[in-house]
Design a protein around this ligand. Structure first.
Ligand SMILES: [Zn+2]
Length: 632
């Protein structure tokens, strides 16, 4: 479908409602989160119906999950009522997301009660509602054509953050005790895309007040002090909003809400939406700059998705309903380019320093370069197979490969950015591509404009003529034994290995940093999580699941193992491990003598520092000084 027909369908559904839809009242759903502390959500759903057979469905393919992860298995307590009578129902034998029932003669309304067991993203003090948990709607109709009026009830005193438009401003963001907050009529597609967070310790901050449209960050935390964001972080988020506008040159939302939960029990999250993002971090992860650096690109990545992934979406990842399988081939654009922009914008906004950016990039490039599975599997296959790689078994990950389209995509788009700069003598960059590709039709409000591979090539050619089809094909669709390091090198740096970790070298991960030397990922207690295929540990026949008990006659500790790796550098003796596998113990000599190796980017003198130009802000940025300790 062309952009214009999609846009008009969307606009009509949101505003006047297309005539065919307008004849029916919208579905009404009241989500009741009052029981969230007991891990139960409730919903009352009212649907306009006519007599005869009816099939209702719950979402299966959740946008952004890249897999059929619909939470139908956690739906419980379903009761259908019409004309005051309870109706019998039957689940579909093949499509387990569907409920079949027969609406009796004379009935024009169906009431459904359902409960959902919530297993993550909530605590005693907060809850996140992604609507797919509670959605039930007629099957076989495009979800953007189904009008729906949502409401929510939350525990007394809890605040609400969402991009949904409240009907009564007085009930938002902190509704009166026991009251229901009603939102304007939308459609099922947009409702699924508009989560709610709620919590006892709630703060809503407006960001970059000079920018139109408006941006907010809504925060809920398990401790009241964590819901108060540091002034320095707020300044950096103001920068982020302005930098995204400067780089992408358009907006595709009426209002944007960063939704942020901070809890050690509610779990991590980073899920993109068109007009908001659902972000979950640990209680203290934004408490100072040193913690922040580990989550530096979370908000910039999910924010970027509003343009790349939500507004611009690979055609085969955009289906008319949540039942049709989504196809992941172009995830190296959807996620890979977002990975690139998320990190670049984090540095431009000063959510992390340029040095932090380079450290992350070095680790990512080195990880990909040592990914042995690249010998058999092209990057595109990690995208095509995304739904079976997501959350998969971590054992032998480097030989299997994982969701490598994220980081491979980051290197690819850095390669493209530096190439454009080189070909145009710095007159153009990937910023210009972003303006063309992500800014189709200018400022639009919420909507979805699908694309194909050919449009990417065409838009790159409008920035600078080049054989972009070949460029992309060679890097993504072919087997490449080495990672794409061209962007780093054109950026004025090279990937090197040092014998000491760079400053943020994954501290606290025990022996995990020996991946680039011993070739094993080892947790603090000696458990081997993964073994690099073809590396020293592989040659010594170590395996994921083995546990190192002792190193050179000392009990295992991360430091004892590192000391042994250092000592082996000047010795011909192998490193001697005592290893447990299942209920057996064996001695394993590891013949490795190259010492510790930690990836870093090293400046190539007398070449232009293009990487530093890329990560420099485009706008005048704000900075709030923090104490010396926090700045380190
Ligand atoms: Zn993403």
């Amino acid at each position: 479908m062309s952009f214009l027909s999609r846009l008009s369908a969307f606009v009509l559904a949101l505003t006047a409602l297309a005539p065919a839809v307008a004849q029916k009242a919208p579905i009404r759903i009241v989500a009741d989160l009052s029981d969230a502390p007991r891990k139960l959500y409730h919903a009352e759903v009212d649907l306009p119906v006519t007599a005869g057979p009816l099939t209702l469905t719950t979402p299966e393919w959740i946008p952004g999950h890249h897999m059929p992860s619909g939470p139908a298995g956690n739906i419980t307590g379903v009761v259908f009522t019409a004309n005051g009578k309870t109706l019998a129902w039957r689940r579909d034998d093949v499509n387990l997301f569907e409920f079949h029932l027969t609406i009796p003669q004379g009935a024009t309304a169906l009431h459904v009660h359902l409960d959902a067991i919530a297993t993550a993203r909530l605590s005693q003090k907060m809850a996140a509602l992604e609507w797919e948990k509670l959605l039930l709607y007629p099957a076989g109709i495009p979800v953007r054509d189904l009008a729906i009026e949502p409401s929510v009830k939350v525990p007394a005193g809890w605040g609400i953050g969402t991009a949904l438009k409240p009907v009564d401003a007085a009930s938002y963001p902190v509704p009166a005790a026991g009251s229901v907050t009603r939102f304007a009529v939308t459609n099922v597609e947009q409702l699924e895309d508009s989560p709610i967070i709620t919590g006892q310790y709630f703060h809503e901050y407006e960001l970059a007040k000079d920018v139109t449209p408006k941006h907010y960050i809504d925060v809920v935390a398990d401790e009241p002090e964590d819901a108060e964001l540091r002034p320095a972080l707020l300044a950096e988020l103001n920068n982020l909003v302005r930098e995204a506008g400067a780089a992408y040159g358009s907006h595709h939302y009426g209002v944007y809400h960063f939704l942020l939960t901070m809890s050690d029990v509610a779990g991590g999250e980073g899920l993109e939406h068109g007009q908001s993002s659902d972000n979950g971090i640990g209680e203290k992860d934004f408490s100072d700059r040193a913690h922040q650096v580990h989550e530096a690109d979370l908000l910039s990545h999910e924010f970027t998705h509003s343009w790349n992934g939500k507004y611009r979406r690979p055609a085969k990842l955009y289906q008319p309903d949540f039942a049709t399988p989504q196809q992941g081939e172009l995830l190296w654009v959807y996620e890979g380019m977002t990975q690139y922009w998320g990190n670049v914008l984090a540095a431009r906004a000063d959510l992390e320093s340029q040095a932090d950016y380079r450290e992350h990039l070095a680790l990512s490039a080195a990880s990909l370069d040592s990914r042995s599975g690249r010998a058999w599997r092209p990057t595109v296959d990690t995208a095509v197979a995304a739904s079976i790689l997501r959350g998969g078994n971590p054992t032998w990950t480097n030989w299997r490969r994982s969701q490598d389209y994220y980081q491979e995509g980051e290197l690819l788009w850095l390669d493209a950015d530096t190439l454009i700069r080189q070909l145009t003598s710095d007159k153009k960059s990937l910023n210009d591509f972003a303006k063309v590709f992500l800014g189709k039709n200018g400022d639009t409000g919420a909507g979805i404009v699908p694309y194909t591979f050919d449009e990417i090539v065409k838009d790159l050619n409008t920035v600078v003529p080049y054989d972009w089809a070949k460029f992309l094909h060679e890097r993504i669709y072919e087997i490449n034994p080495r990672a794409d390091l061209a962007g780093i090198e054109r950026g004025g740096y090279k990937l090197v290995y040092k014998d000491k970790p760079v400053s943020h070298g994954e501290p606290g991960r025990g022996g995990g940093e020996l991946w680039f030397s011993l070739g094993a990922r080892i947790s603090g207690d000696g458990q081997i999580a993964d073994v690099r295929w073809g590396g020293p540990s592989d040659k010594a026949k170590l395996a994921p699941g083995d546990k190192i008990l002792a190193v050179n006659d000392r009990l295992y500790s991360p430091n004892a193992l590192k000391a042994a790796v250092r000592a082996a550098k000047t010795s011909t003796e192998p490193i001697r491990l005592i290893v447990a596998a299942d209920s057996f113990v064996r001695i394993v000599p590891v013949d490795y003598h190259d010492g510790e190796r930690y990836p870093a980017l090293e400046r190539v003198e007398k070449t232009p520092a293009v990487l530093d130009a890329i990560t420099s802000p485009l706008t005048k940025t704000e900075k709030v000084a923090e104490s010396k300790k926090d700045e380190e």
